[in-house]
Ligand binder design. Structure first.
Ligand SMILES: Cc1cc2nc3c(=O)[nH]c(=O)nc-3n(C[C@H](O)[C@H](O)[C@H](O)COP(=O)(O)OP(=O)(O)OC[C@H]3O[C@@H](n4cnc5c(N)ncnc54)[C@H](O)[C@@H]3O)c2cc1C
Length: 405
């Protein structure tokens, strides 16, 4: 298969890149969310920029016109995503769950009303969404959730608690997995609801992370009344819809992660060229050169995997269990090269951003700490290896559990 862009696609990429260079927010530093004073400011910057993209006809271009898209192909969408990932990844992160998971799930399994109501609001930046699946006793084993939804006339009444809910503190809506039938087998008693985060009874409490930021939260729900037309896929079908969302979660990085990491590699090589160990730049040290080569190869492997995944989607496929391969590749590569960066800095690797002695404003210290969650979020490494073993390679089942995906 020929993975090169056609002349038309190349022209589209150039037009978009030219447009972007004149429309990126002035003060944008693509190197970190630390650039924004608060997460609220980060969310506002995301919404404003998404609106600019939408008005210029560059938001969710592969969605049909009636849902706010441009009716274009998947390739055009990927072209835009890649250019954005290279130029301003951090600015886009508050919308990653909105675009990577909520929009495709609603597009595939939502009702016509849900699509018309929500997709345009996601595309024009009016909405940020979050994913309310995990609970204290239901992470890998997400079907074990206890949050209950009891039908009361035209509403479901929700009581329970979610945890690790990324961007809940900024979100307008949540993809909420609930138990509607406590008597049924655990995968069968689930339903999937779209919850307005501003409803009475919803309380969001931020959780402090290793990096000292708070991008994820606990979400408490007490007698929250969600209208029944916010049900997706019918009562009792929540597990099937949740799996659809999880499959999209795992392939989310396939099209863009190589572009994001390529931008990081430039910074890594820059740092290796200017940081000295024993009097010479680390880039001249044969051992560190091996680490740099490894980082480069990791990014190329990701790029090829992304292209394979893209060719599957372009030919009409939907994400399946093979999405776990990309998830493993990006999360492990991210940990490897942020750790390599700290090794290259030697004792300086302990100096966080904010100190006059920090290197590249503490970028790699931040990335190193952030990368730890990468092998937990979107299914842990062990769970993804189980999925690849059982559902891609056809190996015998791990008898100990029924897990996330
Ligand atoms: C940065 C970040 C963002 C997140 N964002 C969200 C979000 O927005 N929404 C959301 O719903 N959740 C989110 N999560 C939660 C995430 O999905 C869970 O943390 C994850 O599924 C693991 O669940 P757990 O933490 O309960 O660990 P557990 O499931 O308790 O796992 C503990 C350990 O046991 C291992 N283990 C468990 N079962 C098996 C098995 N069958 N075979 C082998 N090993 C096993 C795991 O690999 C892990 O090492 C986020 C997590 C992180 C780190």
């Amino acid at each position: 298969m020929d993975f090169r862009l056609t002349a038309e696609q190349q022209a589209y990429e150039k037009t978009f890149s030219d447009w972007l260079s004149g429309n990126l927010p002035d003060a944008l530093d693509p190197q970190g969310s630390g650039h924004f004073e608060t997460d609220e400011a980060w969310g506002l910057a995301y919404r404003a920029f998404q609106k600019t993209l939408f008005e210029a006809g560059y938001a969710g271009v592969h969605y049909p016109l009636e849902y706010g898209g441009q009716g274009m192909g998947m390739i055009e969408n990927v072209i835009i995503s890649r250019v954005l990932a290279t130029a301003c990844n951090e600015l886009r992160i508050p919308g990653s769950i909105t675009f990577g998971m909520a929009a495709p799930t609603i597009h595939i399994v939502g009702t016509e009303e849900q699509k018309r109501e929500f997709l345009p609001k996601m595309l024009d930046g009016a909405h940020i969404w979050c994913q309310g699946f995990s609970e204290p006793n239901a992470g890998s084993d997400v079907a074990n959730i206890g949050t209950s939804a009891v039908r009361d006339g035209e509403h479901f009444v929700i009581n329970g608690r979610k945890i690790w809910t990324s961007f809940a503190h900024l979100a307008d809506y949540c993809m909420l997995l609930v138990r509607t039938d406590p008597g049924a087998a655990k995968h069968r008693g689930l339903s999937y609801l779209l919850m307005d985060m501003n409803l009475p009874g919803v309380e969001v409490r931020p959780i402090r992370q290793l990096t000292a930021e708070s991008h994820f939260n606990e979400v408490f729900m007490e007698d929250v009344r969600i209208p029944v037309d916010m049900l997706v896929g019918g009562e009792g079908n929540g597990w099937r819809i949740a799996i659809t969302t999880l499959m999209f979660e795992r392939v989310m990085g396939d099209a863009t992660m190589a572009a994001t990491y390529s931008a990081s590699l430039v910074r890594l090589f820059e740092m290796a060229g200017t940081t000295k160990r024993s009097g010479r730049p680390v880039i001249e040290d044969p051992l560190f050169r091996q680490e740099l080569a490894r980082a480069y190869v990791d990014v190329q492997v990701l790029r090829c995997h992304g292209l394979r995944s893209l060719s599957h989607m372009v030919s009409g496929g939907v994400p399946g269990p093979e999405g776990s391969i990309g998830k493993l590749l990006w999360s492990l590569a991210y940990q490897r090269f942020s750790e390599a960066a700290l090794n290259m800095q030697g004792p300086g690797g302990q100096v966080m951003g904010g100190s006059p002695r920090s290197i590249q404003a503490g970028l790699w210290q931040h990335e190193f700490l952030m990368s730890k969650g990468g092998t937990i979020a979107a299914g842990t490494t062990e769970i993804n290896k189980n999925i690849i073993g059982e559902r891609v390679l056809g190996l015998p089942k791990d008898g100990s559990r029924a897990s996330r995906g």
